[in-house]
Ligand binder design. Structure first.
Ligand SMILES: Nc1ncnc2c1ncn2[C@@H]1O[C@H](COP(=O)(O)OP(=O)(O)OP(=O)(O)O)[C@@H](O)[C@H]1O
Ligand SMILES: [Mg+2]
Length: 293
């Protein structure tokens, strides 16, 4: 279905669209659709400096494989295209949900925003996960993002008061501009099966040119523990901590791992970080919990 732009979206003033812009809301509130609309506005207005797009949703990601956060700049020749196809940086969170992985979630967002700035982007538009409930740590997670990323604007999509514990206190703060929007009636909620299918599609897309690569362990920093199992996901990181490539374990011995990965060149790899899920035969299994986002 085509995008139906609510009047409230057109009414968002252009001057709030600068600095870090965080789009927040629960699951199925139209966050990614609003991000896409705002991206078109940002790239279409010639007076704006080059914007960057940060997809920080590790579960229903739009710019990269699940378990990762992806930063993209516009392609110089197609600046208004969505998804953007310019310079790329990734962070490995290691899980398809921020639950239990909140530190890498906020650290990754911060490092990617820093990188966007280093690349010359003054506006960074951020899509976030739908984890908002206080009992699940959603409030702590978003408040940590407010503190760390210092957003200029937070755009909150709310249905019926579910964001109150998260945004209520900030209405009186002058730290950032808070824009509150209702959820569009055109939002189509997605079932658990559709969410799993989307993740599988994104993983398949990512691994489409993968092959099994032999990894000599003696030369790399091995970060993280737990049992080795077939399919266990891992991130190959560069010497700044950014993701070079994802991999999925196939087999192993004392000195070497054989890993299914699109990685072609080990020279940029400094460390291997083990994730908490597996990717195997087009199947993603979460080990630590079964609830969705
Ligand atoms: N304004 C709109 N007009 C038409 N369709 C919309 C609109 N907003 C959302 N949708 C549709 O609703 C669905 C969910 O929207 P979207 O993916 O943006 O939500 P989300 O909050 O990012 O979800 P998630 O929590 O899974 O990340 C999509 O199929 C999208 O196309
Ligand atoms: Mg989304």
């Amino acid at each position: 279905m085509g995008l139906i732009v609510p009047d409230e979206w057109n009414a968002i003033p252009q001057e709030v669209l600068r600095g870090v812009i965080l789009v927040i809301g629960g699951v199925d509130t139209g966050k990614s659709t609003l991000v896409r609309y705002l991206w078109q506005r940002l790239t279409a207005s010639a007076q704006e400096s080059m914007p960057a797009l940060l997809d920080a949703d590790v579960g229903q990601s739009i710019l990269g494989p699940p378990t990762t956060q992806t930063l993209r700049l516009p392609h110089p020749e197609q600046p208004t295209a969505f998804p953007p196809r310019g310079r790329l940086a990734r962070w490995f969170v290691g899980s398809i949900s921020p639950r239990g992985h909140m530190l890498p979630t906020v650290v990754g967002m911060h490092r990617l925003v820093q990188r966007a700035r280093r690349w010359g982007a003054r506006t960074v538009l951020v899509d976030t996960s739908g984890l908002i409930h206080p009992q699940a740590g959603g409030v702590a997670l978003k408040w940590a993002q407010f503190d760390l990323l210092e957003p200029h604007t937070v755009i909150a999509l709310q249905r019926e008061g579910e964001l109150e514990p998260l945004i209520g206190p900030w209405r009186r703060s002058r730290r950032f501009r808070l824009i509150e929007l209702p959820v569009s009636p055109y939002v189509r909620p997605r079932s658990r099966e559709e969410r799993i299918a989307w993740r599988q599609y994104r993983f398949r897309l990512y691994f489409r040119r993968a092959r099994v690569v032999e990894i000599p362990l003696s030369r790399l920093a091995l970060l993280g523990g737990g049992a080795l199992l077939p399919g266990r996901l891992m991130g190959f990181l560069d010497r700044h901590g950014f993701l070079v490539a994802l991999g999925a374990l196939r087999r192993w011995d004392e000195e070497r791992w054989w890993v299914y990965t699109p990685l072609s060149d080990l020279s940029r790899v400094d460390a291997v970080r083990l994730g908490s899920g597996t990717w195997e035969e087009e199947r993603v299994v979460r080990r630590e919990q079964t609830s969705n986002e």
